[in-house]
Design a protein around this ligand. Structure first.
Ligand SMILES: NC(=O)c1ccc[n+]([C@@H]2O[C@H](COP(=O)([O-])OP(=O)(O)OC[C@H]3O[C@@H](n4cnc5c(N)ncnc54)[C@H](O)[C@@H]3O)[C@@H](O)[C@H]2O)c1
Length: 357
C-alpha cells in the first residue's frame, strides 16, 4: 500500500516487494550506511540482508539502544564514524529501528555535511505509527526531551509489519499508547475499537497501522511546522515528556508508557475542568491503567517534573500549554495549565500508583 505523507512516499507492506530495491539502485556506486541499535541489529538485519543481499557489505553503525542514548555524545560518535568512513553528501543512510534510531539517525543525516539523504525503516510499532512519520528529527539535551532537532524528511519510509514479530510485547503496547492518542484526539470510532484490544495480533493489523498513519497524515498535512493543528499530536506529551524526563536519569520508562501516563493526567485535568465528562474520563483511566504499569511518583518529584514541563517546546511565554480533551475524538490545542492543576494531576497519578501496587 502506497501513500504520500506530506509529499514523502510511505509504503506499508512487504519490504521485498516495495520500491526500496529501486531506491537502492539509485545509489549504486554511492556509500550506503545502515544505522541500527543492538536489538534491531540482532533482530532485523538478517531478514533485510536475505531480501537485499547487496546491503550485506555496507557499513553498519551500531547505536547503543535506549532513550538515555538519544543524546549529543552518541551523535558526536556517529558524525565521527561517518567522517572516518568518508561518507559524502550524495551518500545514503538507512535507519533501521524504533523511534530512538529514526529520531537520532534522522538528526545525524539532517546535520552531517548540511544534510544527506536518508530512508526510515521503522521496526517498532511506535515508530511505524508515529515516530518515523512527519519529518521531526531530534535528540534530548540535559534530560530535556527532543530539545535539539530539525524538521527534515527522509527520502522514503518503508513500513513492514514483519519486523514486529521480534518486538517484545511491552513495546507493542508502547506503540498502542500513540495509537490511542491518535484515536482520542481525532477518531472516536477508532478509540472504541482500540480500547477493547489487549491482544498483540489484533492490534498490529495492517488496518490499525494504516488508520494511525492516516490520522497523523491528516493532521500533519493540514499544518507543518507545529503552528496549529499539528499540536493536537502533543496530547499526553506535556505531562508525558515531564514524567519521561524525570525517570530518564533514574529508571527510564518507555516513551509510549510515559505518553499513556500523560494522557491520564491531561484527561484528569479536562475532567476536573468539567470539559470532559466523568464517564469518558473514567473509561480512559480504566483502559490505560489496565494496560500500563503505574510507576510510583513520589511527591518530592513533582517540582522536578514541573520544571521539565516548563522546558517544553509547546509552551508560550510562561504558560505550560497542553491539549485539552473535550470528548473522545475531539480536542483543543493551546490550553494553559496552572501549577495547581499540574500538582493535582501528578498527585492523582501518584494515588493511582499506590492503589495499584
Ligand atoms: N519524531 C517524532 O515525530 C516522534 C514521535 C513519537 C515518538 N518519537 C520518539 O520515538 C522514541 C520512542 O520510540 P520507540 O518506542 O520505538 O523506542 P526505541 O527506538 O527505543 O525502541 C524500543 C525498544 O524496542 C527495540 N526494538 C525496536 N524494533 C525492534 C524489533 N523489530 N525487534 C526487537 N526489538 C526492537 C529497541 O531496540 C528498543 O529497545 C522516543 O525517543 C520518542 O521521543 C518521535
Amino acid at each position: 500500500m502506497k501513500l504520500l505523507f506530506n509529499g514523502i512516499p510511505v509504503e506499508l507492506g512487504t519490504l521485498k516487494s516495495s520500491a526500496f530495491g529501486g531506491i537502492l539502485n539509485q545509489y549504486k556506486g554511492r556509500n550506503i550506511v545502515i544505522m541500527v541499535d543492538e536489538n534491531t541489529h540482532n533482530a532485523c538485519l538478517e531478514g533485510l540482508f536475505a531480501d537485499f543481499p547487496t546491503l550485506k557489505n555496507k557499513a553498519i553503525i551500531l547505536l547503543p539502544s535506549g532513550e538515555e542514548n538519544k543524546n549529543i555524545e552518541v551523535v558526536f560518535q556517529v558524525w565521527s564514524a561517518l567522517l572516518e568512513r568518508k561518507i559524502q553528501r550524495k551518500d545514503l543512510i538507512i535507519n533501521v529501528g524504533g523511534g530512538m534510531v529514526t529520531d537520532l539517525g534522522g538528526f545525524v543525516a539532517a546535520t552531517y555535511k548540511r544534510g544527506i539523504d536518508f530512508i526510515h525503516i521503522p521496526t517498532s510499532l511506535l515508530a511505524m505509527v508515529d515516530a518515523a512519520l512527519g519529518g521531526k528529527t531530534g535528540i534530548d539535551l540535559n534530560g530535556v526531551k527532543n530539545a535539539v532537532g530539525t524538521f527534515t524528511s527522509p527520502k522514503a519510509i518503508f513500513i513492514d509489519p514483519v519486523f514486529l514479530e521480534t518486538l517484545p510485547a511491552h513495546e507493542i503496547f508502547n506503540g498502542l499508547a500513540e495509537m490511542m492518542k491518535h484515536a482520542l484526539i481525532l477518531d472516536v470510532g477508532y478509540w472504541n475499537k482500540l480500547k477493547r484490544i489487549r491482544n498483540e495480533e489484533a492490534l498490529t493489523t495492517v488496518e490499525n497501522i494504516l488508520r494511525s498513519i492516516q490520522l497523523k497524515k491528516e493532521v500533519v498535512e493540514s499544518d507543518s511546522k507545529e503552528s496549529n493543528r499539528r499540536k493536537l499530536l502533543n496530547f499526553g506529551h506535556t505531562f508525558g515528556h515531564g514524567i519521561e524526563s524525570y525517570f530518564i536519569a533514574k529508571k527510564p520508562i518507555a516513551h509510549g508508557h510515559a505518553v499513556a501516563l500523560g494522557m491520564i493526567a491531561e484527561s484528569f485535568v479536562a475532567f476536573k475542568r468539567k470539559v470532559l465528562s466523568q464517564k469518558a474520563y473514567v473509561e480512559i483511566e480504566q483502559v490505560l491503567i489496565d494496560i500500563f504499569p503505574m510507576p510510583p511518583i513520589p511527591e518530592n518529584a513533582f517540582q522536578e517534573i514541573l520544571s521539565h514541563m516548563k522546558q517544553d517546546k509547546k509552551n508560550t511565554g510562561n504558560h505550560v500549554n497542553f491539549v485539552l480533551l473535550k470528548e473522545p475524538g475531539v480536542a483543543e490545542i493551546d490550553a494553559k495549565l496552572t501549577e495547581r492543576e499540574i500538582g493535582e494531576a501528578l498527585l492523582h497519578l501518584s494515588l493511582l500508583a499506590q492503589n495499584r501496587n
